[in-house]
Structure formats: structure tokens, C-alpha cells
Unconditional design. Structure first.
Lengths: 335, 335
DNA sequence: AGACATGTTGTAAACGATTTCATTTTTTGT
DNA sequence: ACAAAAAATGAAATCGTTTACAACATGTCT
């Protein structure tokens, strides 16, 4: 029973029509007569025919998939975004290819490669540090930046990072804190920069003086949060509350602080950023800024599909609002 | 400069050779003369030629990608596995397509679809609940089951789950616990079953009586862990230590227990399963069974590539050892 | 009835590569 | 120097679709 996979030819033969008619029945049923359509459908059923996407894509001059370039696939933050993109792309008949920008050596070259290779009809770029050297490549597919972005260069979907930072600081100030510190992400990262800026703005709005020594540098990872905690623990003149630029850092920070025998929020109040799922189950549950990850993924996919549809490389950007999720990691300061 | 993308024809023309020679220079350089090869390479450079993968794949009768079917893309557990698979597939010139088996309505139909559609040259199946009704489809691509598995039906890559469970129980017993409970995953899940079995075996090995009322049913999520905690808190004759079938449940459990004012490990010892990254930063840090996720992803990809290469649908299975990571969530029982 | 629109179908040319087979060119052995 | 073997190349078929164009049938309007 080494039965071959059947092609459109087999269907045409079985239905007694031409391949053109079979093709039309599948992709534009309106133009074929009711009776023929039924015959073709029956032939498809009896032959077990499946369209060969490779052949279709070759003829249609497209690839049928979208590629997501992520800085670090292992980061759980992205998992939910991928799920959301997938939920939009699958019904639209697009596959979702995944690639890690950090994995190999020359990330930028690989980005250009993806742009030129025709492997994908569109590209979602989650890594703001990658600027394809020349974006004005003739026939390149549309790109949308997500989460991170490059000023003006590409359409993007992102949250209002500065606003999130301001919400965090305001929340701490309203709890009575006057000594508020901040932990940044990698210094060149756009997210780090805007959140730091929002932090500074709200500090000013609250009439608080910025203290450069209360701004710690992290890299978004839990370990870096723990490192900052050790610095914080070692200093005497230290902030009574911290806004950290990612939940992961906040987790690392709280873990290390608690490990040292101090308590959150009694000894230090903490606000994170992202609202990853786990933080609601911590002790104490972490107050944080929610990024609607599902929405980000969906919108990125939708906007990209729109650009592909109209075959344009420019398109609208979208800024998604954030909200503060108050939990138990913030309390009024001591004394 | 609305310059068209150049094809192999353009290269052939520029180099003054036939397309066959260009093709050979690219995929089988050995057979073409040094001098022509150089001329062709130069022509490729000057035309900016990139091979069209769709055309190549059509001719070669393959799709050039592998698809990973995951029960729940949003689950961070899988992120690292994807990263690992990607690191193997990318150098081998395969793309990685991602699909969510839970997203739509009829998961099993979609699985069959992927098997028949020719969209992928191979398939990694992370969802043990999906048994493609008939695996003996004539020309179907190879499948490898990962993490979860179906008895005998498919080659698989998985960890020694029962052994992990035994390590966990032994660790608790060695700390002095005699009242040891267990929280399972979904009851029909193969992982739940083998871990439960390992739990029972080691209980017996330690001369401890199994107590059915100390076996709680969860579903691997944090929320289900929290629900179990509430049941545990409400009972009087309760275990002094629990082995939970996933880290996520352990997180939920510890969170709820601590929230209720009890302490881990003073009031209850806890062991999880998976060793997801966050658990090392919890307070207390969670003792758990490590699953080498990177290794799982790599081996799954490698075995699958092997099967694709030899175009066989059967292949070897692999059981990867686990290890216990002792941390702070286990202590001797009270009194 | 003739002209014309409308609806349905088939023919055949793409899409851009790979690869078989035949043909040329070069090398080798005597 | 000539035949035979080896190496390098090209012509053309092929992979499985889609689609522009032509062709035919049918119906409608004067």
C-alpha cells in the first residue's frame, strides 16, 4: 500500500475536469458551477488530496509564513506573546517561524539574511538592538517592531513604558515613600531608557530629588536583581522603595533581600514591571505594571498581516496602555 | 531603483554558464571546476543572489521546516526547549514552526492536518493526549514525542519521571518525614501517572503506608497548587511534606500556605518537579527535580533530523536522567 | 436571427530551483 | 599520437500549483 500522495492532477482526472478548475474550486469557488464544484469536492475526498503548500507558495510568490525574531527565546515573557501571535496567524493561514537573535554569532547578518531570503512574508522583531544596516532593501518584506522599537524607523507595537514607570513611582509616593530608587535594564535598551525617563519625570512631579546613587544598573534578569539587592543591603543611606524595570529583577531582588533576613514590604517596598504570571503567587505578591502580552502579540500579528496584505513596508504604530496592579509588596516606609 | 530580486538565471547569465552549473556550485561545489566556481561566486556576489527556498523545496520534495506542537505555548516550561531545538535546527537549515494544540477546537484534526499537509518534514509532539487516530498514514513525516509520550507508538525523548518522583520522596524520607503527600497533574496525563507511580514505589521502599487522602489532584498550574493548599490547610490530619508534580503547582502551594501565615519548610516541606528558573529565587528556594530542558530540546531535534535524513518514521527513544536539586524548602518535620 | 454580455471551462505558461542524461572537454595510458 | 577514461558543462524535464487568455456555451435584447 505504498500509495503516493495525490496531486491536483489526480483530482482533475478523477473529477473529469482540468487542473485549473480544481484549483478554482479551492481558492475561488464562486466562479465554478455548482455541479462541477460538487464533483471536484467528491474527487478531492476520494483521492485524499491535500494542496502542496510549497508549490502554491512558489506560484503565488510568497512563503506563507511569518518569522518572529526574539532576543532570548528562553525568556518566559515571550511565550505568551508567541501564543497570541499564533492565534492570529493560524486562522489567516500563515505559519509562525521562530528564531533566536542571540543564539548565533552575527545577529545582524542573520536579520539581513531573513530579510533577503524570502523565507518569510513578514517579520516581527522583538530585539530593538538590531538595526538592519539598510532597511531600504528593494523587495524586502514588511517588518514590525514589537515591545522594543527603533525611533521612527519601523512601525511598532509597544506599551507606554514611561507612563508605566510614572504609575509605579506615583504609587510608591502615595504610600508615603520619599526615598525611591530604580533598577534599570541594560543601559542602551530602549525600554530601560524610557522607563528611567518616566521614573525621573514622576520623581520631579512628586517634588522628589533624584539621587544618582539610588539608580542601579541591571539587565532584566533575576540574577541581576539579586546582585542589586546585595549592593542595596551593603549601603547605609539607601532608598526605602524601589521600582525595578522588570519583574524578573524584582523576583531576584526580593529573594536576595529576604534571604538576608530583611522583609518585603516592611523593610523595603518593591514594584516591578511586566506582570508575569508567577509574581501573583510570590510572598509577598508583587505590585507591578501590567503589560497586556496577549494584546501585544495579537496586534503585532494583525498589523503585520495588514502590511503584507497591502504589500507595504510602512504601517501604523500602536501604543498600548499599561496599568498598575497593586499587591502586597508595597507598604508605607518605616518610622 | 526598483531592482528585481535576482534568480539563478541572472547569475548564470552574469557568469556565462548554465543554471545547472550555478546550482551545482551552490549545493555540490566539488564537481565544478575551480575557475568556473570562482566566476559563479563572483556573479552571485554582484547580482546579490539568494536562493529561493520555496523553489528549492518544491523541487527537492521537502518543506525545509519542522513543526513543534505544544499543548500550551504560554507555558514558560516550553520556551527553553524551543530555544534548544532552534539551536539544532537552524544550523541544519531547517525552520522551526510553532503551533498550539489547545488553541483551536479540534486538536486531533489539526494534528492529522499537519501530518498530511506536507507543511513540515518532521514533527515534534509535546502533547501526549493527542494520538493521531491512524499513525500508519502512507507518506507521513516522522514524528517524535517529547516530554510526554504514547506507549510504544512513537519514538520519544523524555526524562525518567518515576525515578524523579522516587528521588523526591527519598529526600523527604531522609529528612525524617513519615507523613508524605503528593499532588498529581491531570489524572490521565502520562507524566502524572509515572510520577505518581514513582511516588508510590518509593513510599513502599521506605516502609511508609500510602494514604489515599494525602494524594491531591492538580493540573500542573499555579492556581491548582493554591487550591490544593487550601484543602491541605483545612484538614487536621495532614502530611508534613508534599511532593508536587510540577514546580508551578509548588509555587502556588507555597504562596497560599505562606499567605495563610504558615511557614515553609517549618510547617510543611515541599519538593517540586522541573526546576524552572524562578524557583531558585523564591523564599524559601524550592527543592526540586531538575529536567534538563536544553538537552531534551536538542536531543528531540537531533533524533528527528536523523529520522528525516533516513526518511524513516521509526527511530530510537531516549530517556534522560534527572537529578534532585536540594534547596531550602525541605526541613525535618516538627517535634 | 444576430449581436452582445455573461458564465464556465480548458490550455498552457509561468514560478525558480534541481537533476538526469547527453555532450563536450580534458586527462591519462600506451 | 591515439583511444579510452575521467571531468566539466549544458539542455531540458521536472516538482505541483496558479492564472492569463482563449474558447465555448448559454441567455438576453433588439
Amino acid at each position: 500500500m505504498d500509495q503516493k500522495i495525490s496531486t491536483i492532477q489526480d483530482v482533475a482526472r478523477a473529477a473529469g475536469v482540468s487542473t485549473a478548475t480544481v484549483s478554482r474550486t479551492l481558492s475561488n469557488p464562486g466562479v465554478v458551477a455548482e455541479s462541477t464544484r460538487e464533483a471536484v469536492m467528491e474527487a478531492i475526498r476520494s483521492t485524499g488530496y491535500r494542496v502542496n503548500h510549497t508549490a502554491r507558495n512558489l506560484r503565488r510568490q510568497r512563503s506563507g509564513s511569518v518569522i518572529a525574531l526574539m532576543p532570548n527565546l528562553a525568556n518566559p515573557f515571550f511565550a505568551q506573546i508567541i501564543a497570541a501571535m499564533s492565534s492570529v496567524l493560524t486562522p489567516a493561514q500563515y505559519g509562525l517561524l521562530i528564531a533566536d537573535t542571540q543564539a548565533g554569532p552575527d545577529a545582524e547578518a542573520r536579520l539581513s539574511h531573513y530579510l533577503l531570503s524570502g523565507l518569510a512574508d513578514g517579520l516581527v522583531l522583538f530585539d530593538g538592538s538590531l538595526t538592519p544596516s539598510r532597511l531600504d532593501i528593494p523587495g524586502r518584506p514588511p517588518i514590525i517592531a514589537a515591545c522594543e522599537w527603533m525611533d521612527g524607523a519601523l512601525p511598532s507595537v509597544r506599551v507606554d513604558n514611561a507612563c508605566g514607570a510614572r504609575l509605579a513611582v506615583r504609587h510608591l509616593a502615595e504610600a508615603g515613600h520619599r526615598r525611591i530608587g530604580h533598577v534599570t535594564g541594560p543601559p542602551r535598551n530602549v525600554l530601560s531608557v524610557s522607563r528611567l525617563q518616566g521614573f525621573r519625570e514622576e520623581l520631579a512631579a512628586q517634588g522628589l530629588e533624584p539621587r544618582p546613587d539610588w539608580i542601579y544598573e541591571g539587565d532584566f534578569t533575576m540574577d541581576s536583581g539579586a546582585m542589586v539587592a546585595r549592593k542595596w543591603l551593603a549601603s547605609t543611606d539607601r532608598p526605602s522603595a524601589l521600582f525595578l524595570s522588570s519583574d524578573e529583577m524584582a523576583i531576584g531582588f526580593m529573594g536576595a533581600v529576604q534571604h538576608a533576613g530583611l522583609r518585603v514590604p516592611e523593610d523595603v517596598s518593591v514594584v516591578g514591571f511586566d506582570n508575569i504570571e508567577v509574581v501573583g503567587h510570590l510572598t509577598p505578591a508583587l505590585t507591578t505594571i501590567r503589560q497586556p502580552r496577549t494584546l501585544i502579540g495579537e496586534r503585532a500579528a494583525e498589523l503585520l498581516l495588514g502590511m503584507i496584505e497591502e504589500s507595504r513596508t510602512d504601517g501604523p504604530s500602536e501604543v498600548i496602555p499599561v496599568e498598575l496592579i497593586p499587591r502586597a509588596s508595597v507598604a508605607p516606609p518605616r518610622e
